[in-house]
Ligand binder design. Structure first.
Ligand code: ATP
Length: 252
């Protein structure tokens, strides 16, 4: 089977004041169907740039990005926004919920512009809310619920269109440690149910829930860690050791 995501020699150059800067400098990797991959690296390494380019929020200067064989780096804007809506899910640090909409309306928002029948929309929202324990707050507004509940709402919104791939950008960054652990267990559970997830994080604990961690430094991949059959605790220690030792020593 083809990889779900194939990233080929991605380059992203920013030009400011006549000076060109390579935020991504020839990044290549693949993610298979059903993987849970973490992206780590120091501040300024290029993690958000990579996520934005893969999530079709930004375009690469050069290189190709195949999702299930389709080259999304070459799609025009209209086709890109259809692709984004139909195949990708997003979870952000600051939840990105709309304050004027209820939890239910926030969750179904990605389907609002599709032709999904109303009964199906309703039953999908209810099934997801039940699965993530937020049925009781479906008619409340974001300002009435906790950070953990907001993030679970965001997870439901990310899943409502049955996306092929979920991108999470520091999803635990604004959560207390219990809510963060709940969310990470939720993501790990989703992944066990075969949802493919790519998560950018600074946090070794969050990364330890992944099956594989890619390090990025100065716009290049510098290291890959694979959890294999070790426990999450052991993988956490491996990631911490790697961070202490400097993740850039070995080229991938
Ligand atoms: N729009 C832009 N114009 C110019 N330079 C940019 C732009 N966006 C990002 N950069 C630069 O590209 C580099 C990578 O930034 P990026 O935000 O991807 O890093 P990061 O690894 O996500 O950092 P952090 O962990 O702090 O969020 C940085 O040096 C940043 O200053």
């Amino acid at each position: 089977m083809n990889p779900l995501l194939q990233v080929d020699a991605i380059q992203k150059t920013y030009t400011t004041g006549g000076h060109a800067f390579n935020a991504l400098d020839g990044v290549s990797f693949t993610i298979d169907h059903g993987e849970f991959v973490g992206i780590m690296g120091p501040s300024g390494a290029g993690k958000s740039t990579l996520l934005n380019v893969l999530a079709t929020i930004d375009t690469p200067t050069d290189g190709d990005i195949f999702v299930d064989g389709e080259n999304i780096a070459k799609l025009e804007e209209e086709a890109l926004s259809d692709f984004r809506r139909d195949h990708l899910g997003f979870i952000f640090q600051d939840y990105n919920l709309l304050d004027s909409l209820t939890v239910r309306e926030n969750i179904l928002l990605p389907l609002a512009v599709t032709k999904t029948p109303i009964d199906e929309t309703r039953s999908r929202v209810e099934a997801l809310a039940h699965r993530f324990g937020i049925t009781a707050i479906l008619d409340q507004y974001p300002y009435q619920i906790s950070g953990g509940q907001k993030q679970r709402t965001a997870v439901c919104r990310a899943l409502i269109s049955n996306p092929k791939l979920i991108f999470a950008d520091e999803p635990t960054g604004a959560l207390d440690s219990k809510s963060a652990t709940d969310l990470l267990q939720t993501l790990a559970g989703l992944n066990e149910a075969e949802t493919t997830i790519m998560m950018v994080t600074h946090d070794a604990y969050a990364a330890s829930f992944c099956r594989r961690v890619l390090y990025i430094q100065d716009g290049r991949l510098s290291k890959e860690l694979i959890r294999g059959t070790t426990s999450r605790d052991a993988f956490y220690q491996t990631i911490l050791d790697e961070l202490k030792g400097g993740a850039s020593d070995d080229a991938v």
